[in-house]
Design a protein around this ligand. Structure first.
Ligand code: PEP
Length: 251
């Protein structure tokens, strides 16, 4: 299973800035990318085509859409369909990111509908899960992760190609805060996530990637990526510069 090194650019970068960073990333990392690693960038929608054009032709590199709506087309002002993402060069979609859950108000059921729909429409999907700090302090990490996983995967066919579905464990208190979950916390949450995946998808779950996200940086990536059941990383802040993300990708 290849490690998936993913960048989430959130609402940053114009067309030119995004293309420039994608070119810098390819220049720094493409020649050195180990055969067992894959690089993925989620730019904002407006820069997806520009980034897809740069990354698409490079072996091991791809682009994804940060969000999409659960219809093929129609009167849904402001929304984007999976087929539009694919048309713009995306092969992946992201669901359940904490900013969409906690800032934009998406609930577990909607995240589940979105995950299943994206897969049905031919995207590979990364489902994000993760607890709030209050939930961790109250000893509710497992309860939250299990609820988000079961709802998020409720309508995903159990015969799904495991390469097309990944989960990102992103403790909300570690996203954009500089605070990284400790190795023991990461291993524990990933092991629990694997256990729930196995209960849903049986043997196939061992071929699904579980990514860690939350203040990953060049200085901590090598340690995190070597942990049990960590099959990649999802990086926000430190992915915005080609130099720092290339160091993460090659860590
Ligand atoms: C993210 O946006 O998914 C994320 C993990 O952000 P950061 O790396 O900035 O914590």
């Amino acid at each position: 299973m290849k490690k998936l090194m993913a960048a989430n650019w959130k609402m940053y970068k114009t067309w030119d800035e995004a293309r420039g960073t994608a070119e810098e990333l390819v220049g720094l990392a493409a020649g050195k990318l180990p055969a067992d690693r894959e690089v993925l960038v989620f730019p904002p929608f407006t820069a997806l085509k520009a980034v897809g054009d740069v990354l698409g032709p490079v072996a091991g590199f791809s682009a994804g859409g940060q969000d999409y709506y659960i219809q093929e087309e129609g009167a849904f002002t402001g929304e984007i369909a999976p087929k539009m993402l694919k048309d713009a060069g995306a092969s992946f979609g992201l669901t359940g990111h904490s900013e969409r859950r906690h800032v934009l108000g998406e609930n577990d059921e909607y995240v589940g509908a979105k995950t299943a729909y994206g897969l049905k429409e031919g995207l590979k999907v990364i489902l994000c899960i993760g607890e709030l700090i209050e939930e961790r302090k109250a000893g509710r990490v497992h309860e939250v992760l299990e609820r988000q996983l079961r709802a998020g995967l409720k309508d995903v066919p159990t015969d799904i190609d495991p390469e097309r579905l990944s989960v990102a464990y992103e403790p909300v208190w570690a996203i954009g805060t500089g605070e990284v979950a400790g190795p023991a916390e990461i291993v524990e949450a990933h092991e629990f996530t694997r256990k729930i995946l196995v209960s849903i998808f049986w043997k196939k779950a061992n071929e699904m990637r579980i990514l860690y996200g939350g203040s990953v940086k060049p200085g901590n990536c090598a340690e995190i990526i070597a942990l049990d059941n960590v099959d990649g990383v999802l990086v926000g802040g430190a992915s915005l510069q080609g130099q720092s993300f290339s160091e993460i990708v090659l860590a």
